[in-house]
Design a protein around this ligand. Structure first.
Ligand code: 5RP
Length: 230
């Protein structure tokens, strides 16, 4: 049984989808619920919908749920992107990358005319930074990126592969993830730019000014936050 907050957010976001849409689909447990619901809806309504996935997880789940895949090469502009988040601030700036899919997620989410976030309401924070910031790093550049990040005043940690993989986690793109604990992030855009300037950094899990809307679910219902993209 899916957790109620994630389920409510994912169900509410279904109304954003229309017949004929080309959709970007994010990664994570909330998006996994959304993919299941979307597959059902597309089948019931006989809709013609195409999806650009942001990870192997989302691609395989989409296919298992009867959804058809496409690429950004065929569809460089997407009608809608639906994605999860690890933290969401009141301006709809995000920390993403808990599932190590941040680079493709940022490419896909920023290629959409409309980007909608789905999450349980615990992801809403006053200020970003409690969740250590995920950064995708070229393995060859690991040491210099770790040193540069430490020089910015954070505690960078190379993400481990977990119980079933000795050594560092390797992303779908063949890179490493560094989780950088900065504490409260006062200037998300400034920090994003500063980290992106470090040679060897592939992408930063700060998504600033990209999301249009967030559906935040919990036991009492769904709250919708809107923001105009500047
Ligand atoms: C993956 C992500 C996910 O969207 C984020 O971690 C949220 O996941 P979940 O819906 O499982 O809480 O950024 O890289």
């Amino acid at each position: 049984m899916a957790p109620v907050g994630k389920l409510r957010a994912a169900s509410a976001a279904l109304k954003e989808v229309a017949d004929g849409d080309v959709l970007g689909i994010g990664t994570g447990s909330t998006v996994a619920i959304f993919i299941g619901l979307l597959g059902k809806k597309v089948k019931e309504e006989g809709w013609d919908v195409l999806c650009v996935p942001t990870s192997y997880q989302s691609a395989y789940l989409a296919v298992e749920n009867g959804l058809r895949l496409t690429t950004l090469d065929e569809h460089p502009t997407l009608d809608l992107a639906v994605d999860g988040a690890d933290e969401i601030d009141p301006d709809l700036n995000l920390i993403k990358g808990g599932g190590a899919a941040l680079t493709k997620e940022k490419v896909v989410d920023s290629s959409a005319k409309r980007f909608v976030v789905i999450a349980d309401s615990t992801k809403l924070v006053e200020r970003l930074g409690k969740f250590p910031l995920p950064i995708e790093v070229l393995p060859f550049a690991r040491a210099r990126v770790l040193r540069a990040l430490a020089g910015m005043g954070c505690e960078p940690r190379l993400r481990d592969g977990g119980d079933r993989k000795d050594g560092p986690l390797v992303t779908d793109n063949g890179n490493f993830i560094v989780d950088a604990a900065f504490g409260e992030i006062l200037d998300p855009h400034g920090l994003e730019l500063e980290i992106k300037m470090v040679t060897g950094v592939v992408e930063v899990g700060l998504f600033v000014g990209l999301a249009h809307c967030a559906y935040l679910g919990d036991a009492s219902g769904v709250r919708v936050l809107n923001r105009e993209r500047k």
